[in-house]
Each structure stands twice: as structure tokens, then as C-alpha cells.
Design a protein around this ligand. Structure first.
Ligand code: PLP
Length: 435
């Protein structure tokens, strides 16, 4: 019996090889990676340029502690990442994953408030549902009761506002009034919490696993920015899943041109080649913190040269292959094909997404938006059926631990139309079997 455990005891096939969008287990079975792992492998598996860059770095050095050395790999990666950020965001802090990046953003925001004499500010408002990570700080901002409830006594749960699920509330996501309607809930919450106590708002520009590719309604993020400015609150964009080209632009927020104060990233920037995350902050926030004595935070593996060399090569591949453009083009085709599936399969109640962050949601009745009964555990059953057919997709409950199931279809950004045919065929057959 394996000594390993994760969420459960379930034993999966042993991975042998992976290349491009495909993976093979030890028994020689092939899988199409229709979720890029957990929306991680944006540039696909076993990319030669990245492997060569990692090999070169390994031959030079694999570790240099940040208090002893800078490395060319981390300097170059920081430079390249900052180039891709909105104007003013050019201070880069490396970590090893998304939760660490979120923790870092929370702490930088807090230290900034202290440095500028606003020490009463500490509350970070977030949304329900949302996912910002599993460490206790990031979890305190996560709006997903199944994950948070056991740990509530151990953390200070942060205030929440509803995510803008226009499709459930019967509102038009393309109407400016809809974005304003949801954003104004943030303004009301700030007033309730006491504006002087509120430090930041953290938001995924396009919801990830928690909401199932929920695209921000028209005008929402723009209005959120106005509200943050009005109350002197920092805007933290959680781009852990949406970043690195996933949605057809380098950052999800680029679709709306809204300027964040801090961006947190992981997943796609390391693309599965190495554990890598980053917090990129406006220099206006970082400089006062450094002047006031420094950032009281840091992880041993921060700026690991091997991870940074991998990350730099990943970003180079995103540029060289123009993967943001491909994600946008293939995403449109994939979304259209998913809508075609919805016409054939009554059980699909909604299809949504942007670029190659797409999802469909099961419903027992489209007109009332009623979910499937929770006890069916539909999302997990569906994922298992597709897996048996050699198609990997990702799923979660949509409605905050209550009911509702969505399936995320988020293949690597190197996708072509032949892969889309294969994905749709696998989903179609799985849906027939599932019904
Ligand atoms: N933020 C978002 C939006 C995520 O999707 C995730 C992971 O799924 C995280 C944060 C946490 O990242 P990690 O699992 O690398 O700690």
C-alpha cells in the first residue's frame, strides 16, 4: 500500500511520460490533458526550450539563498515578468506557489498600511464563492465553506461579498448595470465593516475552480477599481489561475484594462516545470515598506534559480509561440463547441469562460437553474467517466458547498483544432454515458 495520501486514499494510475497536451501512464494508456493538470501546464508538457534552460541552470547552480546571493535567473525572470504587467507594477517577490503568493500580498498590503500610518486597516474583503489558497491566511479570504469551516477557530475569517453570478441571478452579464449592481455590494460591505478598517479587496478577474470560469460582468472590475480608490483600499488581483495567457491575454484583468495594486500569480508561470509563484506589486507600495525597515516575510525557496530559469523559459515560449493569441482563438472555438454540446445535452445548464478557461455547469432544470441533487456527486462522477475514456477534466461544486456541479475544460494553450475535436468527442461520449 502506498505511503502517500492527499485528499483521500484513492489510488491513481502512475504517470510515466507527458508531451504536449498528452500524458501516458505506466500501463501505456494515453490521456488528453484537458485541464492542464489543475490549470497549470499552460505551455504543454516536456517543452524542449524549457527543459534545455533548466538543464543549463542545473549545471550552473540549483540553489542560492536569497540573503546570500542574487541569481541571474531570478533577476531575468523578474525583469521579464514586470515587462508584462500593467504600468507601475514592477516590484517582484518570488514564492513557490499560489497560496504563498496570496499570503505575501496580504502581508505586503498590511505592512504598507503600517508604513503610511494607517495601522487600523487590516480587513481584506473577498468573494463567495472564491478560492485563494489553502494556507490559513489565504484560506481566511477563501469563500468556500466546505474548505474553510473546519479551520474557522484557527483563523480570522475575512468579510465576503457575493461573486457576480449573473447567470444564476437572472441578470444580463453584458449590461453595465449588472457589473455596477455587484460592485456596489462591495461599497456597502466596506461601509458596514468601517472603511477605516478595510485594507484591500482580493478578486479573481475570471473565477477559477470555485465559480467555474465565471467571467466578470461588464463594468464590474472598472467599478470595483473606482470603489477601492474612493475608500483608499488596495486592489489585489488573484491571477494564479487566470495569468500567463490562460484567458487569451497575459493577465485576466488585461481584458478590462483595470490597474491593480498587486497581482499574484503561480500555476502558468511555472507551467508545471517547477514550483513557482510571484507577487508583483506597485512600486508605490513597496518603497515605503522597504524604507520603514523591510518586508517582514519570506520563504526559504524564494527566487530559487532553477524555478526562475524554468519560469523565464516558459514566458519566452508564451511569446515565441504567441500563446495568448492562440488561447483567445482556440478558446472561442472551444466555447462554441461546448455550446453545441449544451444543445445536445439537456443536463448542461450553462456554458461560460474566456480564452482557454472554460466550463459548463450541470443543472436539473435550465429554466429554474436548479442544480442536480448533491447526493449524485455528479461532478466527480463525470470526471471519473471522462478519465476512463482518456480525457482529463477538472471539477468542483459551484454553489459554495451547497449544490451545483461544474466541469472545467482548460487544456494547454498550445491547443489546435484537432485537439478540440478530440475533447468534444470525449465529452460527448462521457455525457451520453453519464445520463
Ligand atoms: N488562487 C487561485 C485563484 C487558485 O486557483 C489557486 C489554486 O488553485 C490558489 C490561489 C492557490 O494556489 P496553490 O495551490 O499553488 O497554493
Amino acid at each position: 500500500m502506498s505511503k502517500l495520501f492527499y485528499q483521500g486514499r484513492g489510488r491513481k494510475p502512475v504517470l510515466d511520460q507527458a508531451r504536449g497536451v498528452y500524458m501516458w501512464d505506466k500501463n501505456g494508456r494515453r490521456y488528453l490533458d484537458g485541464s492542464s493538470g489543475a490549470m497549470v501546464c499552460n505551455i504543454g508538457h516536456s517543452n524542449d526550450h524549457v527543459l534545455a534552460a533548466m538543464q543549463r541552470q542545473m549545471e550552473k547552480s540549483t540553489f542560492g539563498y536569497r540573503l546570500h546571493f542574487e541569481t541571474e535567473a531570478s533577476e531575468n525572470m523578474a525583469e521579464k515578468l514586470a515587462e508584462k504587467m500593467p504600468e507601475g507594477l514592477d516590484r517582484v517577490f518570488f514564492v513557490s506557489g499560489g497560496s504563498e503568493a496570496v499570503e505575501s500580498a496580504m502581508k505586503l498590503a498590511r505592512q504598507y498600511a503600517l508604513a503610511v500610518g494607517q495601522g487600523e486597516r487590516w480587513k481584506i474583503i473577498s468573494r463567495t464563492p472564491s478560492y485563494h489558497g489553502c494556507t490559513l491566511g489565504a484560506l481566511a479570504t477563501t469563500g468556500y465553506t466546505t474548505l474553510t469551516a473546519p479551520f474557522e477557530p484557527m483563523m480570522r475569517v475575512m468579510p465576503k461579498v457575493p461573486a457576480p453570478r449573473a447567470y444564476l441571478d437572472g441578470l444580463d452579464p453584458d449590461a453595465a448595470a449588472t457589473g455596477r449592481h455587484y460592485a456596489d455590494m462591495l461599497a456597502r460591505r466596506i461601509e458596514e465593516e468601517g472603511p477605516e478598517n478595510v485594507l484591500a479587496f482580493i478578486v479573481e478577474p475570471i473565477g477559477g475552480a470555485s465559480t467555474g470560469a465565471l467571467v466578470s460582468p461588464a463594468g464590474y472590475l472598472e467599478r470595483v477599481r473606482e470603489i477601492c480608490d474612493q475608500y483608499g483600499i488596495l486592489l489585489i488581483l488573484d491571477e494564479v489561475m487566470t495569468g500567463a495567457g490562460r484567458t487569451g491575454a497575459f493577465l485576466g484583468v488585461d481584458h478590462w484594462g483595470v490597474r491593480p495594486d498587486i497581482v499574484v500569480m503561480s500555476k502558468g508561470i511555472g507551467s508545471g516545470y517547477a514550483p513557482l509563484g510571484a507577487m508583483v506589486a506597485d512600486r508605490r507600495l513597496v518603497e515605503p515598506v522597504l524604507d520603514a525597515g523591510g518586508f517582514a516575510h519570506g520563504f526559504t525557496y524564494a527566487g530559487n534559480p532553477l524555478a526562475c530559469a524554468a519560469g523565464l523559459a516558459v514566458l519566452e515560449e508564451i511569446d515565441r509561440q504567441d500563446l495568448c493569441t492562440n488561447a483567445a482563438a482556440m478558446g472561442e472555438k472551444l466555447l462554441a463547441r461546448l455550446n453545441g454540446l449544451m444543445q445536445r445535452h439537456e443536463i448542461i445548464g450553462d456554458v461560460r469562460g474566456k480564452g482557454l478557461l472554460t466550463a459548463f455547469e450541470f443543472m436539473s432544470d435550465r429554466s429554474t437553474k436548479a442544480p442536480l441533487p448533491k447526493q449524485l456527486n455528479a461532478h466527480q462522477r463525470f470526471v471519473d467517466i471522462a478519465y476512463e475514456r482518456g480525457l482529463i477534466v477538472y471539477s468542483r461544486r459551484t454553489r459554495d458547498g451547497v449544490e451545483g456541479d461544474h466541469i472545467l475544460v482548460c487544456p494547454p494553450l498550445i491547443l489546435n483544432e484537432g485537439h478540440i475535436d478530440e475533447i468534444i468527442e470525449g465529452l460527448d461520449e462521457s455525457l451520453v454515458q453519464f445520463a
